[in-house]
Design a protein around this ligand. Structure first.
Ligand code: SAM
Ligand code: SF4
Length: 364
């Protein structure tokens, strides 16, 4: 390859690290200090330590965002295929206590459509983790107080347009007012920080980048602009529809002077407004993939363990849990699955393979 970079196939294989030598993985292995003794850290063959768990609690949703779900919805999982709260809590506890996971994000589908969600939050809040959730925000006026009281610490709320007609076209729901009110409700409930997720798509909402940045500054919430990823159920994604990080930052920078913030293992590249009005971030999964510092692992609503958002292979935790497996058996599955993690998704490569499941079925 002219650039000297590996092909996607090579990039995905563990050979890559053997060919590059071991300096990079060793450096990553100790990226974030761990508090206390961790019996069995989830480390892959590239030295990445996995501490950030995304748990999807449902594949269902009350919105139909065009970049995520088809207008008619998807075939929902039968109730009995979902992990129970007890099963979720068992896996989460094991990952925290034995494997050093220190951050848990609940997602979906739309997590707030799962009945008794605050009960699950209460169960997970007993664990020493940073507990957060991603939601479309439409029901937060009635639920934010309960979620916070149950132990939810912070929240990300999706908002892709500030124009009511466009919001309705994008989500197929006429609910902009309720989502804006949901953001206020989250702030009033004391969730901190409240962040706003914006998926930016060329010719769809990219003319609102500065307006959405201004909204974040005015409301005191951090906006995270997300590059459109090839995980839409309708499979309309194309690279032409992606508005890259550089363009997003340039457009905001023209309106508000800013400077970069030092990178952490978080997915967003962050920038600070020089006038002190806070920060915004860009999740640049497509144009600046952050696979080399990825510490995320995922559990789908039907109990499949995934070592990458774009993984084409899943590990059947639910079957194991329901077969009477011991904690050691569960740990063995987790460690094996993390060991099998590839170096990166290679979205821009010709041999990129889309996962069979779309974003709402995996848990974004
Ligand atoms: N329903 C909740 C929500 O919308 O916030 C949580 C689940 S949603 C799948 C999680 C995040 O993934 C949201 O911020 C959503 O905007 C984002 N998302 C969905 N499809 C996407 C895509 N094709 N590319 C980039 N982000 C996407
Ligand atoms: Fe539902 Fe979230 Fe997907 Fe929109 S992005 S359809 S709110 S799961």
């Amino acid at each position: 390859m002219a650039t000297g970079w590996p092909t996607a196939t090579w990039w995905r294989s563990s050979c890559w690290v053997e060919q590059r030598g071991d300096a990079w993985p060793c450096r990553l292995a100790n990226r974030r200090p761990t508090l206390g003794y961790v019996a069995r850290q989830l480390i892959d063959t590239f030295g990445r330590v996995h501490r950030d768990l995304r748990i999807s609690v449902t594949d269902r949703c009350n919105f139909r965002c065009t970049y995520c779900m088809p207008a008619e919805g998807l075939v929902w999982l039968p109730r009995e295929e979902l992990l129970t709260f007890e099963e979720i809590e068992r896996v989460a506890r094991l990952m925290v206590e034995r494997h050093g996971v220190d951050s848990i994000r609940l997602t979906g589908g739309e997590p707030t459509v799962r009945a008794n969600l605050s009960t699950l939050i209460g169960m997970l809040a007993d664990l020493p983790v940073d507990l957060t959730m991603t939601t479309n925000g439409v029901t937060l006026r009635s639920s934010a107080g309960d979620l916070a009281a149950a132990g939810l610490k912070r929240i990300n709320i999706s908002l892709d347009s500030l124009r009511a007609d466009r919001f309705a076209e994008l989500t197929l729901r006429d609910d902009l007012g309720r989502v804006l009110d949901g953001i206020d409700a989250a702030l009033e409930a004391g969730l901190d920080p409240v962040k706003v997720n914006v998926v930016v798509m060329r010719g769809v909402n990219d003319d609102e980048i500065v307006d959405l940045a201004r909204f974040g500054r005015d409301r005191g919430v951090e906006v995270r602009f997300i590059e459109f990823m090839p995980l839409d159920a309708d499979r309309t994604w194309s690279e032409a529809a992606v508005v890259g990080c550089d363009e997003i930052v340039a457009r905001i920078g023209e309106a508000f002077p800013l400077e970069p913030v030092d990178r952490t293992s978080a997915p967003a590249t962050r920038y600070r407004y020089l006038d002190g009005a806070g920060c915004f971030g860009v999740v640049a999964s497509v144009t600046r993939s952050f696979c080399d510092t990825c510490d995320r692992i995922r559990l789908t609503a039907d109990g499949q363990f995934r070592n990458c958002l774009f993984a084409v292979e899943e590990f059947d935790l639910r079957a194991l849990l329901r077969s009477g497996a011991s904690d050691d058996d569960v740990s063995d599955l987790l460690e094996g699955a993390v060991t099998a993690k590839w170096a990166g998704h290679g979205i821009s490569s010709v041999d990129f393979i889309r996962p069979n499941r779309s974003m709402s079925q995996i848990g974004g």
